[in-house]
Design a protein around this ligand. Structure first.
Ligand SMILES: [Zn+2]
Length: 111
């Protein structure tokens, strides 16, 4: 008597799916990736990069609780405020080949 009833509880693990890519505020493509620096504790640094247009920047001093979404929000704010130091991924700087054609300035001769 007195059987032990095992109640089967189904544990459904809901994994919150954090999108790994975010929309780039510059080129508008979903190509922003965020990577964290390895840090045991304390403020962290996040590296933000757009795989499409090459936009790249770092956010330093982030609270350890920040995840990608938090970082992206902060990144967006700073970007829109123009406070971000944007680095270009491509090291080749497109040189401005400005052809300075000689302006033939014809000074009217007053005669
Ligand atoms: Zn972009």
């Amino acid at each position: 008597m007195g059987g032990k009833r095992k109640k089967r509880t189904k544990i459904v693990r809901v994994k919150p799916q954090i999108p790994k890519t975010f929309e780039c505020p510059r080129c508008g493509k979903i190509a922003i990736t965020i990577k964290f620096d390895k840090s045991d504790s304390g403020p962290r640094t996040a590296h933000i990069k757009c795989g499409s247009c090459g936009l790249s920047t770092d956010l330093e001093g982030l609270p350890p609780v920040y995840d990608e979404a938090n970082v992206y929000g902060k990144f967006l704010d700073l970007y829109l405020e123009g406070k971000l130091e944007i680095k270009e991924r491509s090291e080749e700087e497109t040189e401005d080949h400005e052809d300075q054609g000689e302006d033939s300035e014809v000074s009217p001769e007053t005669n």
